[in-house]
Design a protein around this ligand. Sequence first.
Ligand SMILES: Cc1cc2nc3c(=O)[nH]c(=O)nc-3n(C[C@H](O)[C@H](O)[C@H](O)COP(=O)(O)OP(=O)(O)OC[C@H]3O[C@@H](n4cnc5c(N)ncnc54)[C@H](O)[C@@H]3O)c2cc1C
Length: 450
Amino acid sequence: MTWYHESMYDAGAPAGSFWEDDAPPLPSGVDLGPLDAGQGDTVCDVAIIGGGYTGLSAALHLARDHHIDVRLLESGPLGWGASGRNGGFCTLPPSGLSLNQIIRRYGEDEARRFMVSQVDAVDLVRNLARDEGLDIHPQGDGTLHVAHAPDRFRGLEEEATFLGGTFGMSVKLMSREEVAETEYDSTEQFGALLNCTGFGLHPLRFARGLAAAAARHGAKLHGKSQVLRWEKSGAEHRLITKSGALRARRVIVATNGYTQDDLQKPLADRVVPVLSNIIVTRPLTDDEIAAQGWRTQRPCSNTRQLLFYYRMLPDRRFLFGARGDLTGTPQDGLRMRKTMERRLGEVFPHWRNIPTTHYWRGFVCMTARLTPAIGQMPDDSTVYFALAYHGDGVSAAPWAGRALARIIGGAASFDEIPAPFRGIPPRILFPSLRRWYLGVALGYYQFQDN
Ligand SMILES: Cc1cc2nc3c(=O)[nH]c(=O)nc-3n(C[C@H](O)[C@H](O)[C@H](O)COP(=O)(O)OP(=O)(O)OC[C@H]3O[C@@H](n4cnc5c(N)ncnc54)[C@H](O)[C@@H]3O)c2cc1C
């Protein structure tokens, strides 16, 4: 079941992102296009549903490191989902829980394993770029978490204690004055926590780079190949697309916020897609940048629950993102764009009337337990899944794809997955009320943010 407007799932339509205008196309031959029905079913060892970072990383690592015959099916062009259209913040952790909550729920050892794995995930992105020659346009050394109101600085102090103390990460608390002097100023800047681990990147270049690398190492990638039906007979899965079918012994579900309850039944009612929205301005002039006191290359997010995330792109366009909207209709999209343009002007008054050139949105994915999920279906050990990075999948998703490849390739076991990540997420109570739950959460967060 999906309750968002059908246009949100139209994989034939471009996302409308700035990245699509700014990234080189895939080299020819990387996307093999729809499965060919002419020669009967296509056969492989591992089939992957979903061509974002999770699926592409799984394909790359299965083919490159474990020499497994793998094929990937993606509804749209490769990278069409969240992976090709996100904000490009390569950061951590991928969870809707606070660090304190993660420790309380899973214990300090598992929380530490989780955080170490996600520092490793950021390194994985850097290493993939280096080893596979991916031109991802890395930007900024570290990310800033900014207090949007004076009373939110306390929360940053607590975060610094956990990140720096408990988890031994390199962090630095910065006062309002220090941030204004060295990073930027705004009406919603009251000090920040610098986390030295993350950086910014060009998300579509990263997705297409991963695809090209996976194809180079022998993975077969099929864009425009939506899986419409999934059958199982004996030990074999049969994934049926409009133009042909793929038979495989094992299947990886890598569909994240685009998971459809009726297709991937075992995952039905276990994930909640949430809309995230982005606007991008025209390139700013030197004077405009100086007027607002913007000095940093670092991606920033603030302490709002309905999160503002923003960064200056290499060509001086300003990217500004926010969560919100429960419908996905084109009309609500226009309303969201206007609201975000107004809020950008309030938070950065010197950029109040700067036109935006792009607005787009897409799904992030959450679970009821508020942590991501990597695992094997309880009723079928030949079906694997990795999803629900809670809006922080740029590094977590490639890491999860590699983790599944290592498990399938026999190089690791599920014990190596930190507990917050491990296993199938619980079913959502009364799933038909998901939209209502989200509406209540949205209202509550709006109240908390003000
Ligand atoms: C606007 C926005 C901003 C974001 N910003 C950030 C950020 O700055 N930093 C960060 O870390 N994370 C961010 N995220 C989240 C991040 O992009 C995701 O967590 C990550 O890309 C998930 O990768 P994935 O491969 O699991 O899923 P996706 O990239 O969403 O890929 C899933 C794919 O499955 C395909 N699919 C679904 N059903 C089928 C089917 N039946 N047959 C074939 N294919 C199917 C879909 O077409 C889709 O392409 C953002 C997300 C959005 C939407």
